[in-house]
Design a protein. Structure first.
Length: 278
């Protein structure tokens, strides 16, 4: 146990360990993530519905979604996809947590146009095409390693029709100022989020200012198992994300503070982006 704890408190090299799928493939965590998607008191997994409505309205104001073929990557339980469909878009949602996709399918019957939901990993599985618009919302891009980010942008480029658009958001460099290095040790850390059984949870947070990167590292100690989750979050300057998109064949046509249309400032915590396939 000493060696495991000693290793846990060491600062890992950026993205040297990667466990994000554990959040969705462990049955208890998958159910918890779905609950947090739907929880109106928390922004842990999704923005609250009032913010989601504003995002969908703003995207609709930019494209007039009626009859647009739209793919929502990382769609979760369909909170955006259902609303895109009500605006008249022809929507395909893609994600790999089966609990969330099953919920999304159960909610799609009342939408103006039928939604298609696929259980798939958008980094590795075959993806449908072509689309007029691909959305990547709630800063999904920021949780990926540099190689995964390049892979995803390349795949989105192939998914889009000529002159198609990517709509995405990323954490701004300003948001990193709110991150601090800290340690929390609690019984049933985060109110039982991590396991159905009794457990001790340890959270240790690292900040990498030179890389605009943060890491929340969790060690979960159950009676019969000890395991960990690493939650990396990359933050971006506008020139930084513009460079990544340009390298992937995209041209930014619109920026905002988040995807609700407010003007981007140096105090913005999120950058909302519309980028056209060149």
């Amino acid at each position: 146990m000493y060696e495991q704890l000693n290793d846990f408190f060491q600062r890992p090299s950026p993205f040297s360990k990667y466990t994000v799928k554990e959040l969705w493939t462990r049955p208890h965590l998958s159910r918890q993530m779905l609950n947090h998607h739907l929880d109106q008191s928390s922004d842990l997994a999704s923005w609250k519905l009032s913010s989601i409505e504003r995002v969908v309205d703003w995207i609709d104001s930019q494209f007039e979604l009626t009859n647009n073929n739209l793919c929502d990557l990382g769609c979760g339980p369909g909170l955006y996809a259902t609303r895109f469909a009500k605006k008249g878009a022809k929507v395909t949602g893609v994600d790999f947590p089966s609990h969330s996709i099953e919920y999304a399918r159960s909610q799609s019957n009342g939408a103006k146009s039928a939604n298609n939901y696929l259980i798939a990993d958008y980094l590795t599985d075959e993806l449908p095409k072509p689309f007029d618009i691909v959305t990547l919302i709630f800063c999904d891009y920021c949780a990926l390693s540099p190689l995964q980010r390049r892979t995803l942008l390349s795949r989105i480029f192939e998914m889009l029709a000529p002159d198609g658009h990517l709509v995405m958001d990323v954490l701004a460099a300003n948001a990193l100022k709110q991150k601090t290095e800290k340690t929390i040790i609690e019984e049933k850390l985060m109110n039982g989020f991590w396991a159905e059984t009794d457990y001790i949870g340890i959270q240790h947070s690292f900040v990498y200012p030179e890389s605009r990167l943060s890491l929340d590292r969790y060690l979960i100690i159950e009676p019969n198992e000890t395991w960990e989750i690493l939650n990396w979050l990359q933050h971006f300057s506008l020139p930084g994300i513009e460079s990544k998109l340009k390298q992937a064949g995209f041209e930014i046509t619109k920026v905002a503070a988040a995807l609700t249309g407010e003007a981007l400032t140096t105090d913005s915590d999120v950058i909302g982006i519309i980028a056209r396939k060149k």
